[in-house]
Design a protein around this ligand. Sequence first.
Ligand code: HEM
Ligand SMILES: *[C@@H]1O[C@H](CO)[C@@H](O)[C@H](O)[C@H]1NC(C)=O
Ligand SMILES: *[C@@H]1O[C@H](CO)[C@@H](O)[C@H](O)[C@H]1NC(C)=O
Ligand SMILES: *[C@@H]1O[C@H](CO)[C@@H](O)[C@H](O)[C@H]1NC(C)=O
Ligand SMILES: *[C@@H]1O[C@H](CO)[C@@H](O)[C@H](O)[C@H]1NC(C)=O
Ligand SMILES: *[C@@H]1O[C@H](CO)[C@@H](O)[C@H](O)[C@H]1NC(C)=O
Length: 253
Amino acid sequence: MKSTFLLETLLFTLAAAGSCPYGHDDHKWQRPGPEDSRSPCPGLNVMANHGYLPRSGKNIDLAAARSAISGAFNYEPTTIDFMFQAALDFNLSTTGNSSTIHLSDLRWHDTIEFDGSLSRNDAYFGDNLHFNPEIWDTVAQAMNLYDAGPCGNETLVSVEVAARARAMRVKEAMRVNPAFNNSQGAMIGSPGTTALYLTTLWDDELEAVPKSWVRAFFEDERIPYIEGYRPPKTPRNATDIFEMNERVLAVEV
Ligand code: HEM
Ligand SMILES: *[C@@H]1O[C@H](CO)[C@@H](O)[C@H](O)[C@H]1NC(C)=O
Ligand SMILES: *[C@@H]1O[C@H](CO)[C@@H](O)[C@H](O)[C@H]1NC(C)=O
Ligand SMILES: *[C@@H]1O[C@H](CO)[C@@H](O)[C@H](O)[C@H]1NC(C)=O
Ligand SMILES: *[C@@H]1O[C@H](CO)[C@@H](O)[C@H](O)[C@H]1NC(C)=O
Ligand SMILES: *[C@@H]1O[C@H](CO)[C@@H](O)[C@H](O)[C@H]1NC(C)=O
C-alpha cells in the first residue's frame, strides 16, 4: 500500500516534470542566419531569435507581433499595437503587402528610428541597424554592467542607473554627431525605449533588472532564461510602460 503510494508519487512527479510548466517548448535561442531579417530594435530581434516571431524576421503582421510579445514576455497582446501601426503608417513596408513588415524595414532614419540609441550608432555614421559593441560599451560602462561594485553587491540595474546611462549616451551622440536630429521622436523615443526594456525585464521582487539580463538582451539578443528570467505571472501592459517612462523621466540627470 505504502509502496504503491510512493510509486504513484514518483510517477506523478516525473509526469509533472515532463509537462514543464514554466518551460518555453520549442522557443530555443538561435543565432539568425545570413538570409534572416533583423531590426534596430533588440526587443523584436530577441523575439525572432527565439522563434516567437518568425525566425526569418520576414512578413510580420500585427497578429504575429501580438502573439510574440505575449508568448515571450507575457505582455497584453495589444500593448505595442501603436508601434506596429507606426511602422505601417510611415510606409516602411517592403514586403509587397502593406499590412506586413520585414524587421529590417524599421531601420529607416527619422521614422521610428532615431539618433542617440543605446546599442546602435547614429545613421550619420553609416550603420544604424546592427548592434554596435563600441557604442554599447559606453552605455554598459555607465551602468557598470561588468562589475559588481567595490562591495560586490551591485548586481542590479535600477531605474536611476538606466536613466542616467541613457542621458549620457544622448549627450555623447549630440556631441559627436554634427547631424544629430533633436526630433520630437528622438526626445520621446529615447526615454521610451529605456522604459520599454526595463518594463520587459523588470523583476518585481528585486525592484530592478539584473545586470546579466540586460547584457543577454542587448548583447546576445536573447531572453535571459539561463540567468533566471521568467515571464511575469500577470500580463504587463501599456500602463506599466507608461509608468516606467514617468519614473525614467523623473530621474535627475
Ligand atoms: C516588447 C516589445 C519591444 C521591446 C522590449 C523593445 C525594445 C526596444 C529597445 C530597448 C530599443 C532601444 C534600442 C537602443 O537604444 O539601442 C528599441 C528600439 C526600437 N524599437 Fe523596439 N521594442 C519592442 C517592440 C517594438 C515594436 C513592436 C516595434 C515596431 C514595429 C519596435 C521598433 C523599434 C525601432 C524602430 C527601434 C529603433 C529606435 C532607435 O533608433 O533606437 N519595437 N526597442
Ligand atoms: C504613406 O502612403 C499613404 C498612401 O500612399 C500616404 O497617404 C501617406 O501620406 C504616406 N505616409 C507617409 C508618412 O509618407
Ligand atoms: C497581407 O497581409 C495580411 C496580414 O497578414 C493578410 O491578411 C492579407 O491576406 C495579405 N494580403 C495578401 C494580398 O496577401
Ligand atoms: C529630423 O527628424 C524629423 C522626423 O523625426 C524629420 O521630419 C526632420 O526632417 C529631421 N530633420 C533633419 C534636419 O534631418
Ligand atoms: C552594498 O554594501 C555596502 C556595504 O555594506 C552598502 O553600503 C551598499 O548600500 C550596498 N549596495 C547595494 C546596492 O546593496
Ligand atoms: C495594467 O497592469 C496593471 C498592473 O498589473 C493593472 O493594475 C492595470 O489595471 C492594467 N491596465 C490595463 C489597462 O489593463
